[in-house]
Design a protein around this ligand. Structure first.
Ligand code: C6P
Length: 409
């Protein structure tokens, strides 16, 4: 187990005063995590010492940059236990990964009457690309419901999966409820009816170990910026035979083998899906983020978050009028979403901000879920490797203070 005080020293931003004399309490890692020095340094090093375009030049800097970019891919492949680096495509973020699959796989494999199964707890990134596709192709989208405690109604899967289902796409961990879903079971259920399974790992990859071979998922998506890495880069994992059969998503340089005035042939995997000059510095930063999480130990990261989350759920449940969303106990990932009496979550976030506490408020890009819950918005505190019990205490105290500001009885 790592020492949280040591970890905190790795994150220079944690020394920031948000307002004069008010230190930062960063409880918004689910929106975007902070970056350790090693990630910032890896990107600086690239820009200062060996920046060049990759896959093109024969000069030394281009070779160095190409090796670093491809090394980052190897690190990511190992991190999720992908069988080959060809199955690891660098994209802009998790959102782009869903759009890539919807556009490329979806347009060739989805037709009128086909069904795509999602769940009621999905982020818009795992809803809207399928809605665009379904509208265009005359397909139907269905949603596996959730229970009142924020877990999926897995026992009703039979009603929602059938021989028309082409894809079941679902989140590993809900960004609002914190629910940790039974991914292997859901993948198996999809495969049992001949459908593919895509996992939204945006809230999973930063927090717990992923083994795409053990999960046997067909596609998996996540973003670098939530796992200590830079913004601007994400990952699409796809099984090789699927990626090989899929047409390109974007056209241009790097994704081709040969171009004539009449047409083109595509490059090998994974470059077939990486058109144009890629996110070189960002890939190098992501590689350093993977190194950092490996150095802490991803199981230790998860264990720390479980302890902190448990403590937070208990502390927050003692704030009068506060309603927690999502399941209790070990089914809950590293966040706590809640409402507080009739106070609008934006007002809660504003009061907390004055105390230096950064949380997120709103619909968290999960409007259908909030509609289902019958609330317009929620407040969310999210935890990561540097979160301490004292910070959770500060959050709890600030929520008591919020109650008094809004004169809640
Ligand atoms: N959720 C949050 O505050 P992007 O924006 O592409 O990096 O990630 C999209 C995404 C997809 N799935 C899940 C489960 C997510 O949580 C997110 C991003 C952030 O909850 C920003 S809305």
């Amino acid at each position: 187990m790592f020492n949280v005080e040591d970890v905190r020293r790795d994150f220079p931003i944690l020394d920031t005063e948000v307002y004069p004399g008010v230190p930062l309490v960063y409880l918004d890692s689910a929106a975007s995590s902070q970056k350790p020095t090693s990630v910032i340094a890896a990107m600086d090093d690239y820009y200062i010492h060996y920046h060049a375009n990759i896959h093109r030049g024969v000069h030394r800097l281009s070779e160095l940059a190409t090796s670093a970019y491809e090394l980052a891919r190897q690190k990511v492949a190992r991190f999720i236990n992908a069988p080959t680096t060809e199955e690891v495509v660098f994209v802009g973020n998790a959102t782009e990964a869903f759009n890539l699959v919807a556009y490329s796989w979806g347009r060739t494999n989805i037709g009128p009457g086909d069904e795509i199964l999602l769940t009621e707890m999905e982020h818009h990134a795992n809803i809207v690309p399928w809605q665009i596709l379904a509208r265009e192709k005359g397909a139907t989208i269905r949603y596996l419901p959730i229970r009142d405690d924020g877990t999926l109604l897995v026992e009703r899967l039979d009603e929602f999966l059938n021989k028309r289902t082409r894809l079941f796409s679902f989140t590993g961990v809900s960004n609002v409820l914190g629910t940790i879903n039974p991914v292997t079971e859901l993948v198996e259920a999809a495969h049992a009816v001949g459908a593919l399974a895509m996992v939204d790992a945006a809230q999973t990859a930063p927090h717990m170990s992923i083994d795409v071979q053990a999960l046997n998922c067909d596609f998996l998506a996540f973003s670098s910026h939530k796992m200590c890495g830079p913004t601007g880069i994400g990952v699409l994992y796809g099984k090789r035979e699927l990626l090989e059969a899929m047409p390109p998503f974007l056209g241009g340089g790097d994704m081709i083998r040969r171009v004539t005035l009449e047409g083109f042939t595509t490059n090998d995997l994974p470059w077939k899906f990486e058109a144009g000059t890629p996110r070189i510095a960002e890939a190098i930063g992501l590689g350093a983020a993977v190194d950092y999480l490996n150095h802490l130990g991803i199981d230790a990261v998860h264990a720390h978050e479980q302890t902190i989350t448990q403590y937070a759920l208990e502390s927050l449940s003692e704030v009068p009028g506060l309603s927690l969303l999502g399941p209790p106990g070990s089914l809950h990932g590293g966040l706590a979403s809640f409402t507080l009496g009739g106070v609008h979550p934006h007002d809660i976030a504003e009061v907390l901000d004055k105390k230096g506490i950064a949380i997120r408020a709103g619909h968290h890009c999960a409007m259908p879920l909030h509609q289902k819950l019958g609330i317009p918005a929620s407040a969310r505190a999210s935890f990561y490797v540097h979160t301490t019990f004292e910070e959770v205490d500060q959050l709890t105290a600030a929520l008591h203070h919020t109650r008094s500001v809004f004169r809640l009885n």
